[in-house]
Design a protein around this ligand. Structure first.
Ligand SMILES: Nc1nc2c(ncn2[C@@H]2O[C@H](COP(=O)(O)OP(=O)(O)OP(=O)(O)O)[C@@H](O)[C@H]2O)c(=O)[nH]1
Ligand SMILES: [Mg+2]
Length: 328
């Protein structure tokens, strides 16, 4: 799968791009048979070099972002819920425009330099180019800002291995999802006594014997309509939709999470409705605080009680998807 994290280089601001372009240019010198010819050659070389820095920087950015034509997969949907596909496309196409606009200005002002018959004429054509090129770069300043933000958001999306069987943990905020992940994998997610601690999806590896599974931690979900969910919650839904071979739905009957159990159960029903084909294991957490007496599985992510049994049940629920053992 395309990787959201690694490919995109640091995105410079418009000022930094201009700095880079014009710093290099001031070092360029040329020889010539006379003063006018020398200044003309120097001006053309400087215009060409500035153009090259600006356009190649922008072209590199455009290439570095993942291609977003094939919508509908996990990556495309993560882009949509983190920064917005349309906004990303717009920013990239504006950079494309800027790169070709600067090249067009290069052609235009190089002709002016060539046509000039004085040092002053060549110099002023070069300076006019600098001014026009700078304003093109400044025009895409908001797009560069947006791409820097997008890069930052993408870096928070973990690498997902699509070859591994995957469990996605879901539930209301503050019920103990991240605490559970930290117990069953090597991941160290942030755990805190307030809702919406987890802001994006996280991944841990769970090993049992020689088998490895992926466990995805998600931000807490509230029992509201899909279209009311915010971008953070939508990352959870996206992970459920594209990655889950089984869902672990965690309830907190102690209600120390801050939400009543009946609301948590309503969310469970809507998750069942959204993902009718995915096995859902429902478990009550925080049994160290309260044992509801129900016949659901129970565990405490604080003490570890019941956790191995929950993992075993999850592995069982995807057993039919496991590939046959290699014989040798
Ligand atoms: N007593 C007790 N506390 C727990 C248990 N599991 C988690 N907690 C506590 O509950 C709080 C929330 O735990 P998290 O793991 O951050 O909850 P979360 O579901 O990831 O929450 P969000 O990321 O905000 O959606 C923390 O203070 C945990 O220490 C448990 O089994 N027993
Ligand atoms: Mg969490």
């Amino acid at each position: 799968m395309q990787n959201l994290r690694k490919r995109v280089p640091t995105i410079l601001t418009s000022d930094e791009v201009l700095d880079k372009a014009f710093r290099k240019v001031s070092k360029i010198d040329k020889q010539g048979p006379d003063k006018v010819e020398l200044v003309k050659r120097k001006s053309m070389a400087r215009i060409a070099s500035a153009t090259d820095v600006i356009s190649s920087t922008f072209e590199r950015y455009v290439k570095a972002f993942p291609s977003i034509n094939d919508r509908g997969d996990f990556l495309a949907e993560m882009i949509e819920v983190t920064v917005g596909v349309d906004q990303l496309k717009k920013a990239l196409s504006n950079l494309d425009w800027a790169a070709s606009k600067v090249k067009e200005l290069q052609r235009q002002y190089t002709s002016k330099v060539m046509a000039s018959s004085s040092v002053q004429g060549a110099d002023s054509a070069r300076k006019a180019f600098y001014g026009r090129a700078s304003s093109v770069v400044n025009k895409v300043a908001p797009d560069l800002g947006f791409l820097a933000y997008a890069r930052n958001e993408f870096r928070k999306v973990p690498d997902i291995d699509e070859g591994l069987l995957t469990f996605v943990i879901a539930g209301f905020p503050n019920v103990g999802k991240s605490q559970f992940l930290s117990l069953v994998s090597s991941a160290e997610p942030e755990v805190a006594a307030y809702p919406f601690t987890t802001k994006g999806i996280g991944v841990g590896m769970h090993e049992a014997g020689y088998r490895r599974y992926q466990v995805i931690d998600t931000p807490g979900l509230l029992d509201r309509e899909l279209e009311d969910r915010n971008r953070i919650e939508m990352q959870a839904v996206t992970a459920l939709k594209h990655l889950a071979n089984a869902i672990l739905f965690i309830l907190d009957p102690s209600e120390t999470c801050g939400y009543p159990l009946d609301r948590q159960l309503r969310l469970l029903e809507s998750i069942k409705g959204l993902f009718p084909d995915v096995p859902i294991l429902v478990v009550e957490n925080k049994v160290d605080l309260l044992d509801s007496g129900s016949d659901r599985m129970k565990m405490s992510a604080a003490t570890g009680q019941g956790v191995p049994e929950v993992m075993a049940a999850l592995r069982d629920s995807v057993r039919h998807l496991e590939k046959a053992e290699p014989l040798f």
